[in-house]
Design a protein around this ligand. Sequence first.
Ligand code: ADP
Ligand code: MG
Length: 254
Amino acid sequence: MSLLDVQNLRVRYGDKTILDGVNFSLEEGGWLMIVGPNGAGKSTIVNAISQGVPYTGEVRVLGKDVRRYRAHELARLVGVLAQTHTMGYGFTVGSVVRLGRYAYAPGLFSAGHAEDDDAVAQALALTGLTEIVDQNVLTLSGGELQRTFLAQLFAQNPRVLLLDEPTNHLDLVYQKQVFELIRAWLKTPGRAVASVVHDLSLARAYGSHALLLDGGKTLSYGAISDVFSPANLDSAYEMDVSAWMRGLLAQWQE
Ligand code: ADP
Ligand code: MG
């Protein structure tokens, strides 16, 4: 059974069609890269699945309609990193990460079970935040804030990660680290990832499958090597993508 199954997903704003019948599914161990030019509808997919925008079509998690789950049940299965997150309050890094544990103890998340403490400590360590655990999140750099939300997801420990540009704001070191972390996280059976990724080289290096969107429509979907053909990419981005990539790479060859 698919961990996540999306069928005929449609989103409209007024008379504008933003997603026009998108289909995909996530199987165990898979990492789907959602790619496409600005405004293609990538974030809208993430927002629809996480019930942030109205849609028609089917979104199933482990075969069950996503709308039929209670919030904390769903949170144990699917963790979402949205493209924009706002922090209105001056929580500490540690308390924001601990919110990820709410999925496991709704209503009494401050109880401080050992299992929760371990999950939080591990997530902080993985994302390099241990030293700033007591810092106010309103004072963080963009990259530190991004890592705080990723740590919250690792603490939440769902079966599916849905990530919208997870390495936005991150420098090269953390970019690499986050992609490696997710790859390692995926090695445990029963997990899958779907992520919106701008950098096509990174997407190709880490993804197993890809969904290439253009103007809310699926241009190509399947194994990443098939989707990332020069013809598909050139048509989506309206430029010679592989020539551009090779040109960039050539600068580094000695
Ligand atoms: P992507 O993440 O691929 O860059 P988005 O999913 O954010 O694209 O947006 C897809 C399209 O939907 C864009 O043209 C955007 O302007 C439009 N859009 C997003 N949110 C709204 C909204 N609330 N009202 C009207 N149009 C919107
Ligand atoms: Mg987006």
